[in-house]
Write a protein that binds this ligand. Sequence first.
Ligand SMILES: C[S@@+](CC[C@H](N)C(=O)[O-])C[C@H]1O[C@@H](n2cnc3c(N)ncnc32)[C@H](O)[C@@H]1O
Length: 314
Amino acid sequence: MNIVSEREGFVVHDLKADDVDARSGEEGEYILGTEQQEVERLRFQHKVWVEQAYALWRRAGIGADDRVLDLGCGPGFTSMELANIVGPGGRVIARDKSERFLVFLKENCERQSCAQIELSLGSVEDIELPAGSLDAAYARWLLSWVEDAGAVVERVAQCLRPGGVLVLQEYLDWGAMRLAPRHGFFDRAVAACLQSFKDGGATIDIGERVPEFAAGCDLEVEYFAPVARAGGPGSMEWRWVEQFLLEYLPKLAERGLIGCDEVEEFGGKLAECAQGGAAQCCAPVLVDVVLRKLLPCGSQPQSPSRSARSPELT
Ligand SMILES: C[S@@+](CC[C@H](N)C(=O)[O-])C[C@H]1O[C@@H](n2cnc3c(N)ncnc32)[C@H](O)[C@@H]1O
């Protein structure tokens, strides 16, 4: 892979589809993998959560001409949405450690003639941008997988201008996932997933640590709201959870975290619960967070459009 330029601390790579093998894993990839199946899962997951994301971006005041960093952007479904919000006068820096995901995003940008997205390959732990150069940064389902999430928040805080925002949508209580009424086969699957996250070094409920991270680096917790969703068979929530478990459980059986027979029977048992008609599926609980970079003592916000915009302004 060639480096084509270096701009403001970011290395811009010449990403090519030929460089990445779509079938096998990438070195150092995150726990759920970066294969096409994961791209499709993330695409559906984005569909389930996109309205929630827009509501939070509006609340945070992200708008036209803003310069936004999308941390751990994956295949870039949120980067594309953010690019629409900031428009041609803005910029979205899409940062991920997966080359395969960035190639996917690059092709999407080319297809949609979206010039305001800049691809940035590498770990979020190595971000180097000029101090105060960002209006906003956004991360969804990222910090759980990062070794030192507090250090990432600190680094990003330095890159935000005073009054800028760090917007997060992270897990607060993954283990809240269950069927109502409860079923042992489902609870065992959830327990196996939680164990796998732990084994992989992830801190899945990282949302609960965010206020502590913010306190150390001039970020004020402006908004911190748990998001619990549930739905019956066929609902977005049900399908989201079902798709995740059907794809992830076989990997856990390979690691001995759950029995192969349990995995084989899982789909059938879930379908039985669905046919019964009375079941609800509770999704993992997320937390929506807006952290605002404090203004220097005694100073005024730069302008209403570039500081704490009210949630009503879209
Ligand atoms: C669950 S996916 C979420 C993707 C995207 N934020 C979304 O909402 O669809 C997690 C992403 O974080 C990326 N990731 C994990 N650790 C990372 C790190 N240290 N630096 C950069 N990206 C990372 C993974 O490659 C993956 O794309």
